[in-house]
Design a binder for this molecule. Structure first.
Ligand SMILES: *Cc1c(COP(=O)(O)O)cnc(C)c1O
Length: 406
């Protein structure tokens, strides 16, 4: 009772007034009238799929990231699947990835009949630890799928060295990281293949969408085949050409239909034009949060490596559960009561029943498991107002203070 007198304000969960009346979420897409117009223009045109906007998007995306090639995909998961196919990953192979990611980063390995192997993460940056990658390499290892968690670049230089030394394909899952750069080079130009997602919670969106970028012509050709039935119209690739007439095409491998439509590409082109301004706004919010939380007892801020110029997709606060006298669930609920809807990114992949049935289990990656216990994603997207982010900060501070003194 006496303790409560010292508190600035009671959190809503303890009967106080919430910091705001309407709810905000951890993420939201930013779609304006000009984006909508770009989509409608294509819907009124002759080609709604397999048309000129697809090519235009692929060229612009490759140019933006500084890669030779880009192949648009139906979603980020399809991008990862096709990257695994293009890398020649198959039965008997192992692929090293992180557990602190969306399930798709490992599921794509299972799609091609190979085995995901989980390496641990750095306890401060939360990105895959290059030393742990090395520790998990066997003669079966074929590739590394490194995830730019929250948008921060993985340690590209070290991972490149490891992949070169052990002859592994370096696939970067950059679903969070479009717009980020490592030592001045954009994500998308660094790994052998880089996979993007354009789901609405990601930095730019076209509803569902994805892409793979690469500098390698051989991978490029395989990605094109994999995302469109394994069918080609290119006589140079055909086995039985020349054919009787121009209507002929050949299926030369087993592919899928993972194509993106022209109206989605038009939306993505429009969004791509705004990426630098989205990045500036995200960076400003991240700076503001970092400043507010860096010396706040009970809250741990994600560390960034100086090589990464990060376009942050997620802002994670990590609860120091040794200091706060609450569970993560109680903190999450307290934030909800303030009308700030948080999320947790992510449950370690191998905690899921599907992976448990495959023989994975707790204890594989102690750092990732420890980090998972305390993380919460708080709102981060370009259209948050100064007041919105002030509210988020007030709520975090109020709840932290409350639970420090509980
Ligand atoms: C979103 C996401 C994906 C999957 O992308 P979709 O477009 O939803 O299929 C893959 N990896 C990571 C790290 C993601 O965040």
């Amino acid at each position: 009772m006496i303790k409560e007198d010292h508190l600035m304000e009671k959190p809503a969960i303890a009967g106080g007034k919430p910091v705001r009346d309407n709810k905000i979420y951890y993420g939201h897409q930013c779609i304006d009238e000009d984006d909508i117009k770009a989509v409608c223009d294509v819907l009124r045109s002759d080609s709604v799929t397999c048309g000129p906007k697809v090519k235009e998007l692929e060229e612009k995306l490759a140019e933006y990231v500084g890669a030779k090639y880009a192949v648009s995909m139906a979603n980020g998961t399809a991008a990862l699947h096709c990257a695994c196919i293009a890398a020649g990953i198959g039965e008997g192979d192992e692929v090293i990835t992180t557990p602190l990611t969306f399930a798709a980063s490992a599921n794509c390995v299972l799609y091609v009949g190979a085995k995901p192997v989980f390496a641990d993460v750095n306890p401060e940056t939360y990105n895959i630890d290059p030393d742990s990658i090395v520790a998990h390499i066997t003669e079966k290892t074929k590739a590394v799928i490194a995830v730019d968690y929250t948008g921060q670049c993985v340690e590209n230089e070290r991972i490149r060295e490891i992949c070169d030394k052990y002859n592994l394909v370096f696939i970067e899952d950059a679903a969070h990281a479009i717009g980020s750069a490592y030592k001045g080079k954009k994500v998308g130009s660094l790994a052998d293949m880089t996979c993007f997602s354009f789901h609405p919670v990601k930095t730019i969106t076209c509803g569902e969408g994805g892409a793979v970028t690469t500098n390698n012509e051989e991978y490029y050709k395989k990605l094109v085949l994999a995302h469109s039935h394994g069918i080609t119209h290119d006589e140079d690739l055909m086995e039985d050409a020349p054919h009787e007439g121009p209507w002929f095409y050949e299926q030369i491998s087993l592919g899928y239909n993972y194509r993106l439509t022209d109206f989605q590409c038009a939306l993505l082109l429009s969004q791509l034009n705004k990426l630098e301004s989205f990045k500036a706004k995200r960076k400003a919010i991240v700076d503001k949060y970092n400043e507010a939380f860096k010396d706040l007892p009970g809250i741990i801020v994600q560390k960034e490596i100086p090589e990464s110029d990060t376009c942050r997709h997620l802002y994670i606060i990590r609860l120091d559960l040794n200091k706060l006298k609450c569970t993560r669930k109680e903190f999450f609920d307290a934030m909800s009561a303030e009308n700030i809807q948080c999320q947790v990114h992510y449950v370690p992949t191998y905690f899921f029943p599907y992976y448990k049935h495959l023989g994975y289990g707790e204890g594989l990656c102690p750092n990732a498991e420890e980090i998972y216990k305390g993380i919460l994603s708080i709102p981060l997207y370009p259209t948050l107002s100064e007041k919105d982010t002030d509210d988020v900060i007030s709520a975090v501070k109020k709840i932290t203070e409350y639970y420090l003194n509980f």
